[in-house]
Structure formats: structure tokens, C-alpha cells
Design a protein around this ligand. Structure first.
Ligand SMILES: [Zn+2]
Ligand SMILES: [Zn+2]
Length: 263
């Protein structure tokens, strides 16, 4: 499996992806908003884009579909419940479905509601574990729930699915928000040394050569995975004095999500 992360350079800071089979050169495009850059990257590598996956229905993820399909004839795949919000879906996706790309790539579909209620993530179990997580999980952050989502479901997705993936899993999110997100982590947990160091290292990084994190690193630097951390809880109780000494993980997650909305 070869992954190409494509930095759009737009104001929404989207990342698009090409996932290719090295044997056949067939490729799948994830949320190819910047169809021009995606097509140029595929051409440059000699790849043929045969499938498109939209992680969810927002326009900054679906806006390149028509041009990509016109140029390649690719099939469009998205959550089975997104049919009325994404025109032209050829294959509706459900939890546990497997998407094959060429001969060597298999991607498992995870049904990951929260950011929207028809959001999928793709998990590669092949030669190296990798998660294409759209707007569910960001580097050092979590998706918002303002446009068709629900924080309760986002918590469930983190707790019941993302938490259980292996620490070596590479994280490929839908946007570059890492600097803001690390600043939020440090606002919530000022003594997080890993996050402090990482922010120093990547503050001026070129998003075209972005750091790819692992789930193991996210558990160190992403406040939405640090729900039992004493510093996080102590700081949270300053903002919400009614919280008990040992709030449950869901309460911590929901309060962090609430604070992040106004960050
Ligand atoms: Zn979105
Ligand atoms: Zn987005």
C-alpha cells in the first residue's frame, strides 16, 4: 500500500489522499476536494484512480467528486445513509465492509458517527496499519459536532472503536489543525511535556510534508484520549466546579468538546 497525502493549501486546510496498490497502480482517492492536485499526483505516479471514498457528506470532502469522476470514471463510495446528501453514490458502505484496491490493498470500513451521523473511517490492516479518519479524529484533536453530528456519538466512536486500534496505527486526518489542537491540549494540560516538545518541533512545519502521527502518539498528546489524566481533570474542574473528583470518561470528553467549541 502506498499512501500519498495531498495538502490542498486551501483555507479549510484539507488533506486529500491517494491510496494505491503498488502491483497494479490502481488507486483510491479519499475526499479529493482538490481534484486538480489529486489528478496531477496520480498522473505523476502513473496511477489510475478507480474509486473515490467520501468519509462524510460535507462539501469540503465531496466538492471534487464530479470533476474526479468526469476525469477518471471512478466509482463513488460513501456511507450507506448518506445517499440523500451525496449525489451519485455507486456503493453504500457499512461497518465491516472491505474495499479492495488493486491486488494488495484492503481497507476495512468503520462506521464512525459523531462529526456527522453518516461518517466512515477506513482502516488498512495490510502491510502497515493506517487509519483514514476524515473529520472524526485529527492530529491532537477531535471533530466538531456543529453540522449534523452529536458529541455523545463522537465519544462512543472514540471509546468503542478508535481506542482499541493498535498504537502503531498511522493517522491520516481530513484537515491540518495540529498547531491549534496542540495549543488546546496544552491549555487543558499545561504540564504535558510531549505536547510542548511536539508543538516546538512542528509549529512551522510545511503541511505539504506534514508529520504523520501514530495512535500511540495521539494517546500522549491528544486531550480527547486523556480522559483519566489528573491534570486534565483538575483543570476541567476549574471550568466546571460542579464536576466530581473522579468524573467518568464520557463526562470529561463531553466537557472538553464543549470547551473546544469556543477555543
Ligand atoms: Zn466535516
Ligand atoms: Zn472537513
Amino acid at each position: 500500500m502506498i499512501v500519498e497525502q495531498i495538502w490542498t493549501g486551501n483555507s479549510y486546510r484539507n488533506f486529500n489522499y491517494l491510496i494505491a496498490c503498488e502491483d497494479t497502480g490502481e488507486a483510491l482517492a479519499v475526499d479529493p476536494l482538490d481534484h486538480g492536485k489529486c489528478l496531477a499526483a496520480a498522473k505523476n505516479r502513473g496511477w489510475e484512480v478507480t474509486q473515490i471514498v467520501n468519509t462524510h457528506e460535507h462539501g469540503d470532502h465531496t466538492g471534487g467528486n464530479a470533476a474526479m469522476i468526469a476525469a477518471t470514471g471512478a466509482q463513488l463510495l460513501a456511507h450507506e445513509n448518506a445517499q440523500d446528501r451525496i449525489p451519485g453514490i455507486d456503493r453504500g458502505l457499512a461497518a465491516g465492509d472491505v474495499i479492495k484496491v488493486g491486488k494488495t490493498v484492503e481497507l476495512e470500513v468503520l462506521d464512525t458517527p459523531g462529526h456527522t451521523m453518516s461518517h466512515v473511517c477506513l482502516m488498512s490492516h495490510s502491510d502497515h496499519p493506517a487509519l483514514f479518519c476524515g473529520d472524526t479524529l485529527f492530529n491532537a484533536g477531535a471533530g466538531n459536532c456543529h453540522n449534523g453530528g452529536h458529541p455523545n456519538e463522537l465519544y462512543q466512536t472514540f471509546a468503542a472503536q478508535l481506542d482499541d486500534l493498535g498504537d502503531a496505527t498511522l493517522i491520516y486526518p481530513g484537515h491540518d489543525y495540529i498547531v491549534n489542537n496542540l495549543e488546546f491540549t496544552l491549555d487543558r494540560e499545561p504540564d504535558n511535556q510531549q505536547a510542548t516538545k511536539l508543538l516546538e518541533n512542528i509549529r512551522d512545519q510545511d503541511p505539504g510534508q506534514a508529520l504523520v502521527t501514530t495512535l500511540g502518539l495521539e494517546k500522549e498528546i491528544n486531550t480527547f484520549f486523556r480522559l483519566h489524566n489528573p491534570s486534565v481533570i483538575a483543570r476541567l474542574r476549574e471550568a466546571f466546579p460542579e464536576l466530581p473528583d473522579q468524573p467518568d470518561a464520557k463526562t470529561v470528553f463531553l466537557r472538553l468538546r464543549e470547551l473546544r467549541n469556543d477555543w
